[in-house]
Design a protein around this ligand. Structure first.
Ligand SMILES: O=C(O)c1ccccc1N[C@@H]1O[C@H](COP(=O)(O)O)[C@@H](O)[C@H]1O
Length: 219
C-alpha cells in the first residue's frame, strides 16, 4: 500500500493548490492560537474552498473547548479532527467524526516505549494514532524523536493506522517509511520557507521522496 501524505499548517491558497496538485492526500489546518500557523474561521473558510473533493481536510486542535470544535465542524466541514493536546478519549469521540490522536513521544507520561504504547491503547476508537516529538509548543516544532520509543506500539496487534510525524524532511522521510512502514506521514516544518509559509519545491521534493521509498519497498 502506498504511504499517504498529510501536509499540515497551510495558511495560503497557493500552497493548498500546489500541495493538492502535487498529490497530497490531506491538508491540515491549525486551530490553535499560539501557533504561527493558526487560522481564524473566516480565513480557514476561504482556504477550505481550495481543498478539492477526495482530498481530506484535517482540523487540528490543542486542548480546545467543545464549542470551538463544534464551530469549526459547522463552518468548515472537516473530514477528520486531529487532537494534539491532552484531550481525553471521551472528548475526542463526542463529535462523531473520525479523529487522529497525536502522541508526543518522549513527553510526560510517554517517556518510555511501554508508557507510550499504554497511552495509545486508551484511544482504540481513533481513526489513526499520530506520533510527534515532544515540544513545549505542542507541535509543528520541526523536532524529531527517537524511533525506539515506538517499539512497543509496533508490537501491538490490531492497532489503528499509524501516522509518523515530527521533524520529517525530504532527506529523512524515506528511511522512516522503509523502517516503520507507517500508513501515512505528516509534515509541516520540513516543507516550509518560514513558519506557515510553504515551499512548493520542498513539497514536491517531499512527495517525490515518499514515492521513491514506496517504490523501493514494493520492489
Ligand atoms: O503545525 C503547528 O503549528 C502545530 C501546532 C500545534 C500542534 C501541532 C502542530 N502541527 C503538527 O505537528 C506535527 C509535526 O510538525 P513538524 O513537521 O515537526 O513541523 C505534525 O503532526 C503537525 O500536524
Amino acid at each position: 500500500m502506498r504511504t499517504r501524505v498529510k501536509i499540515c499548517g497551510l495558511t495560503r491558497e497557493d500552497d493548498i493548490r500546489a500541495a493538492c496538485t502535487l498529490g497530497a492526500d490531506a491538508i491540515g489546518m491549525v486551530f490553535y492560537p499560539p501557533s504561527p500557523r493558526h487560522l481564524t474561521i473566516e480565513r480557514a473558510a476561504r482556504l477550505r474552498r481550495e481543498v478539492p473533493v477526495l482530498v481530506s481536510m484535517v482540523a487540528l486542535f490543542v486542548n480546545p473547548s467543545e464549542a470551538e470544535v463544534r464551530e469549526v465542524i459547522q463552518q468548515l466541514h472537516p473530514n477528520v479532527l486531529q487532537f494534539h493536546g491532552e484531550e481525553t478519549v471521551e472528548f475526542c469521540e463526542q463529535f462523531g467524526l473520525p479523529y487522529f490522536k497525536a502522541f508526543r513521544a518522549g513527553g510526560p507520561g510517554m517517556e518510555t516505549a511501554q508508557a507510550l504504547a499504554q497511552a495509545c491503547q486508551g484511544f482504540a476508537s481513533a481513526a489513526a494514532w499520530l506520533f510527534d516529538s515532544y515540544s513545549t509548543g505542542y507541535g509543528g516544532s520541526g523536532l524529531s524523536f527517537d524511533p525506539a520509543l515506538l517499539d512497543e506500539v509496533l508490537a501491538l496487534k490490531d492497532t489503528p493506522p499509524l501516522i509518523m510525524s515530527g521533524g520529517l524532511q525530504t532527506v529523512t522521510v524515506g528511511g522512516v517509511i522503509r523502517h516503520l512502514h507507517p500508513y501515512a506521514v505528516d509534515v509541516s516544518s520540513g516543507v516550509e520557507e518560514s513558519k506557515g509559509i510553504k515551499s512548493v519545491e520542498k513539497i514536491a521534493a517531499f512527495l517525490r521522496a515518499v514515492r521513491e521509498a514506496d517504490g523501493a519497498r514494493m520492489g
